[in-house]
Write a protein that binds this ligand. Structure first.
Ligand code: P6P
Length: 323
């Protein structure tokens, strides 16, 4: 099969030089993580550390390794001024002369590592607000998602895929094990309409806002027959299926809460950015994700994301409840 265009060539033709350099650096980091995920034992990266992160979660050795790799490649890019990670409590200045900042979940879904299920890296890029030459500030990171300059994810599944947008469509690249290069498989892809899949943790349905129950009931009782439930428990895996097969992924707010489980800055905003550039929608139940004004670095957010029609159907139920 003819290989698609390579990543470096594509970025050279389509992105500003500094962005191309930063995405290329991040892509190199994902290649290291792809190798690490597939060689845990040999690299002594299995199991957990005796450490709890800012999220109150036990840090897996691979979480820590992934964070170190992604921080290094962002620093080595020279264009990344600052770094916010799910694994770090606070922001980190990397290059005071850099123009951009990166918010990242270095290894999303790490609880799936032990069962060899898909995991991934999710990132988003903003232009800094603070003056070049200074340390980064929290305000650099607390910008609404519509300011996003680039975003994407790497999926470490049965194959390693890189899905990203620099603001002109969403593109998919596959990692070749022949030469460890990323080659394009989809250019300006669109989430297929009519995908009859819904994806949420059905076990939590009783805890989620009532709209979630209404929407699931609608999916199951659909006039064209019941939708399929698919849920991996790894956002990157569930979102990649949504991009390729259509459907909708949901992590709604709990009853009486405004926010959900997932993180706004380095899970919901990057996924919303690439979803909108692939013709889809992403809301928190009542508001467009990219319009939310962040107030805390690790704030959580509810998310309903995927095929435009299905997200709009959820929104219709939510608006009826709100009346
Ligand atoms: P639950 C993984 O821990 C994660 O952050 C996302 O990747 C995933 O979609 C979600 O949490 C799964 O959460 O509560 O269904 O186990």
């Amino acid at each position: 099969m003819q290989k698609g265009r390579d990543l470096a060539g594509f970025l050279h033709e389509t992105a500003a030089a500094d962005i191309a350099k930063l995405i290329t650096s991040i892509a190199e980091g994902t290649k290291e993580l792809s190798h690490a995920v597939r060689n845990l034992g040999a690299m002594g990266l299995g199991g957990s550390m005796d450490v709890t992160n800012v999220q109150g979660e036990t840090v897996q050795k691979l979480d820590d390794h992934s964070n170190n790799v992604m921080m290094r490649v962002c620093k080595d890019s020279g264009t990344c001024a600052g770094y916010l990670s799910e694994e770090n409590e606070d922001i980190v200045t990397l290059n005071t002369g850099g123009k951009y900042i990166v918010s990242i979940d270095p290894l999303d879904g790490s609880s799936n590592i032990d069962i060899a299920a898909p995991v991934g890296t999710i990132f988003s890029v903003l232009e800094r607000i603070s003056p070049v030459g200074s340390d980064v500030t929290r305000e650099d990171f607390l910008q609404p998602g519509y300011k996003t300059v680039a975003a994407g994810y790497a999926l470490y599944g049965s194959s390693t895929m890189l899905v990203f947008s620099t603001g002109a469509g969403t593109h998919i690249f596959a990692l070749s094990t022949d030469d460890n290069g990323y080659y394009q498989t989809h250019l300006r892809m669109f989430i297929p309409g009519g995908g009859r899949i819904y994806s949420l943790n059905q076990g939590n349905l009783g805890k989620f806002e009532s709209t979630a129950q209404q929407f699931v009931d609608w999916c199951i009782a659909h006039e064209k027959g019941p939708y399929s439930l698919r849920y991996i428990g790894s956002m990157v895996g569930d979102m990649h299926r949504t991009f390729i097969k259509g459907g909708v992924f949901l992590y709604p707010a709990a009853k009486g809460e405004k926010r959900g489980k997932l993180r706004l800055l380095y899970e919901c905003i990057p996924m919303a950015f690439i979803t909108e550039h692939a013709g889809g929608r992403a809301i928190n139940g009542s508001q467009r994700i990219l319009d939310i004004q962040p107030t805390e670095l690790h704030e959580r957010c509810a998310i309903i994301i995927g095929c435009k029609d299905l997200v709009s159907k959820y929104e219709e139920f939510a608006q009826a409840v709100a009346v």
